[in-house]
Structures are given as C-alpha cells and as structure tokens.
Write a protein that binds this ligand. Structure first.
Ligand SMILES: Nc1ncnc2c1ncn2[C@@H]1O[C@H](COP(=O)(O)OP(=O)(O)OP(=O)(O)O)[C@@H](O)[C@H]1O
Length: 294
C-alpha cells in the first residue's frame, strides 16, 4: 500500500517556483530519500504534504486519505522533524515534551523517556540553555514519542555530532523495523546512501529521477584508475562510455558506463602496472546527473 502519493503536486509562491507537477509514491515500510541541492523544493514538498502550506494545484494522499480533506486525522500518525526547530525558550524540555504528548490519545511517557535517555538529552533543562544540537534532539524526541506510522524528516542531522548522528540513524532503522515508513530529505548524500531503499532526486522543483538505491548505483558509472608501464595515448580510450578522462603520463583515470568487456579489452591492450575499479558514491552519481542534465 502507498503511504504517500503525490499527483502533479504544484506549489508556487506568487511568481516564484516552489515545486512543479511532482508525482511519486512512497510505499509502506520504505525508507525513502528525497534529495536535491539547496532550493530544489524539498521543504516545500514536505510542508505541503503536512498541510502547513496549500498546494497551488495537484493533490496528495497520505495513508490513502486526501491531505486537504483529512489533514488533522493524518497528522496524528505522523512524526515530523522540521529542518529548523523553534521553541518557547522559557519552557523546560520535559514540559514541552509532555505538552507535545498531550496531542495524542495514548500515554507516550515511556517512549519519551527512552528516547531522551538514548539521545542523552537532559529533560530538566530549560530550552533556552540548550545548544543547537540539543535543541535538535528535543525535536527528534517530539517527532518520535508517539511511535508514528510515518516519520517525515527534513534535513534531520544538521547540528548533531557524528556520534549522535550514528545513534539517530540506528534509532530510525529500529523504527523502520517496527513498521514505520520514513521520508527523509537531505542534501548530504552519504547519509541517504546508508539508509534509504529508494531515492527521488529533485531539481528546480521537478522530479528528475526516482530509483532504487541499488539500481542507482548499479546503473551508473564506475571509476577506473590505472598506472601503465609506459606513457599512454589519449586515443586508446576513445570509446563510448568513457568520460572525465585524465591522463598524466603513465597515470590514467576516467569514469565509465557501458559494457565492461569493452573497456577491459582496451585496458588489456596496455601494459599496466596497477588497476583500481571503484564504485562511485552517490555524490559522484549525483554530480553526473546534474552536469548531464545541465
Ligand atoms: N515563502 C517563500 N516565498 C517565496 N519563495 C519561496 C518560499 N519558500 C521557498 N521558496 C522558494 O521555493 C524554492 C524551493 O525552496 P525549498 O525551501 O522548498 O527548497 P529545499 O530543497 O528545501 O532547499 P534547502 O535545502 O535550501 O532547504 C526556492 O526557489 C525558494 O526560494
């Protein structure tokens, strides 16, 4: 079953572009990555889905229900972590969390305490006295304390130190195992690569790619580096699929997409001293995508 379904969802801010005709689905149990550079439209999409802003046209459903007709009902089963968190600074953390928990019709105290302990968050402190990272932790506890069916995270790791990021990822994987579906927006590709099953790539408000993480990696380029025993001619590598060719005397590097036998035949014709074939990370794939599209 689709947990989220967007159909031609469009949001403009006056004459400014927000998102344009976005259509995709997030299936139950997925960890779904939503990636794109600053200003691509990730927050606009999320805020529209949550009913914080109104779509200009198109529609969306969450749990099979229209977001405009059933917004209140839908939101009870969503945990949302906004990209920036703002609070009433004068409150104590525990008071804020109890206040947040009061919106749900179940006792969230146990889970709230577990999450605070896991993230090493001191709930007796005033929000005013917290660092940026600790404020982020308050947002995480707030978003997860009611054990939501759908977790929506907008750039969740900014402000968290590496140890806490790791703990947070483990927490998300645990929630996912228990059955939560997760939509995760980011421009930090390594974290998307580690966690997500599928990824939507958005550029200038439009969807440019929607792939399984495995397909995105498999279909893509490999990076070749080799050291030859003698100087190499550029013409040796003039075959289809080779890009970013750099030759420095005996050292050659390039990206390749295509039949591996074809490139291995080229390499076999050279007397080589060393060879590396590397899987590009999402960062490289992403840059390729953008450069190619541009
Ligand atoms: N309130 C607003 N008024 C006018 N334009 C806006 C508003 N909010 C967003 N935009 C524009 O909509 C586009 C998408 O912005 P959005 O914040 O959704 O991008 P994003 O992918 O979340 O980027 P970032 O990673 O920087 O948060 C941008 O061109 C932005 O300038």
């Amino acid at each position: 079953m689709s947990i989220i379904e967007l159909q031609q969802l469009t949001k403009t801010y006056g004459s400014a572009r927000g998102i344009k005709n976005l259509s995709f689905r997030v299936e139950e149990g997925e960890i779904f990555g939503f990636i794109g550079p600053n200003g691509a439209g990730k927050s606009t999409t999320i805020r529209t889905l949550l009913g914080l802003i109104y779509p200009t046209s198109g529609s969306a459903k969450i749990f099979g229900k229209d977001i405009l007709l059933h917004g209140q009902e839908i939101k009870k089963e969503i945990g949302y972590l906004p990209s920036e968190v703002f609070y009433y600074d004068n409150m104590k953390v525990k008071d804020l969390l109890h206040y947040s928990a009061s919106f749900y019709k179940k006792d969230c105290t146990k889970r709230m305490n577990e999450l605070a302990a896991l993230l090493e968050l001191d709930v007796n402190k005033k929000i005013d006295d917290l660092s940026l990272g600790n404020k982020k932790k308050v947002g995480i506890v707030q978003g997860l304390l009611h054990e939501p069916r759908l977790i929506i995270l907008d750039e969740p790791t900014s402000g968290l130190d590496p140890l806490m990021q790791q703990r947070f990822f483990e927490l998300l994987l645990e929630e996912n195992k228990k059955g939560s579906t997760i939509l995760f927006s980011s421009h930090i590709l390594s974290e998307v690569q580690r966690l997500c099953h599928r990824v939507a790539i958005i550029k200038e408000g439009e969807l440019v790619s929607l792939e399984k993480m495995s397909t995105l990696k498999a279909n893509n380029y490999k990076r070749f580096k080799l050291e030859a025993s003698t100087a190499v001619e550029e013409s040796s590598f003039a075959i289809e699929g080779v890009t970013e060719l750099v030759i420095r005397d005996k050292e050659v590097s390039f990206m390749y997409k295509g039949n591996l036998n074809a490139i291995l035949r080229v390499i076999a014709s050279i007397e080589i001293a060393n060879l590396w074939i590397e899987e590009p990370d999402l960062e490289e794939i992403f840059m390729h995508y953008y450069e190619k599209e541009a």
